[in-house]
Design a protein around this ligand. Structure first.
Ligand SMILES: Nc1ncnc2c1ncn2[C@@H]1O[C@H](COP(=O)(O)OP(=O)(O)OP(=O)(O)O)[C@@H](O)[C@H]1O
Ligand SMILES: [Mg+2]
Length: 243
């Protein structure tokens, strides 16, 4: 059965979708088949980030209403290891029972299934994707984002309390200048265990144009470390300046 991941955040725009795509790209390079499921009803974005938006006809709601999984699944032309299921256009189109059934089947078809959830404190669909789902709370180093991550930590369903933290848009200079808290303080305030850091990166900002990440970039290397940890391998944090 495949590994199931799910992104979450309190504050919007912390980089959940970017990190989801980045992890998918890294896993694909490790020869894993990856299914990305866009859970942001009405505000889909993974199709655009990965360049398949003009092909989209069906979405997650069609699958949940009985269409075969592959009918609403779009494989990247440039990378057959990555497939995307776009989010429904309408709010309220995701039925928890249908989602639970879909999640079970998807995990049998792919090595990695990533559910990219919207921001906020509505956790009503979290349990439907299964108790094995590893939740990843993505926060930025700014105080509002960190406090909102703490709000997520305080109210996640009990079965999800092994959720881990990804600090995205990390910039050592900002910590040095004391604009942002240091990493230990961010971890303490958030209440989560750290999984990894992703740097502020032009490469990631350009994802919707390039639909790929240069393997030599710091962003790719950071996401690679996170992916390896998710696969159960121990990878040490490099020196802060090198992240
Ligand atoms: N590490 C990064 N470096 C630079 N820009 C980033 C990074 N991560 C994300 N961004 C930018 O931040 C913005 C928000 O990213 P993204 O859409 O992935 O966030 P999100 O958490 O999925 O948002 P939402 O809450 O709306 O779903 C985008 O413009 C993206 O390019
Ligand atoms: Mg998003």
């Amino acid at each position: 059965m495949g590994i199931c991941l799910a992104t979450t955040s309190g504050k919007g725009g912390t980089g959940k979708s970017t990190v989801s795509c980045g992890l998918a790209l890294v896993f694909s390079k490790l020869n894993k088949s990856v299914l990305l499921v866009d859970m942001d009803e009405g505000l889909r974005c993974l199709d655009l980030l990965l360049g398949i938006d003009s092909n989209v006809v069906f979405d997650l709601s069609d699958i949940l209403n009985g269409a075969p999984i592959l009918d609403g699944t779009y494989t990247l032309p440039q990378n057959s290891n990555i497939s995307v299921i776009p989010a429904p256009h309408q709010l309220g189109a995701i039925d928890p029972d249908a989602l639970a059934d879909f999640a079970k089947r998807a995990k049998l078809m792919y090595d990695i299934v990533i559910f990219d959830f919207p921001a906020g404190l509505d956790f009503s669909l979290y349990t439907a994707i299964g108790d094995d789902a590893q939740f990843l709370t993505v926060c930025n180093p700014d105080p509002v984002s960190v406090r909102d991550a703490a709000a997520v930590c305080a109210s996640l369903p009990q079965t999800k309390n092994d959720a881990r933290l990804i600090i995205n848009r990390f910039d050592a200079e900002y910590i040095k200048k004391k604009i942002y808290s240091n990493i230990d303080d961010i971890i303490d305030v958030s209440g989560f265990r750290l999984l990894g850091l992703v740097p502020q990166s032009t490469e990631l900002m350009l994802l919707s144009i390039n639909h790929n990440i240069n393997k030599k970039s710091r962003a790719f290397k950071a996401l690679y470390r996170i992916a390896e940890r998710l696969l159960g391998n121990e990878v040490r944090l490099p020196k802060i300046k090198k992240i």
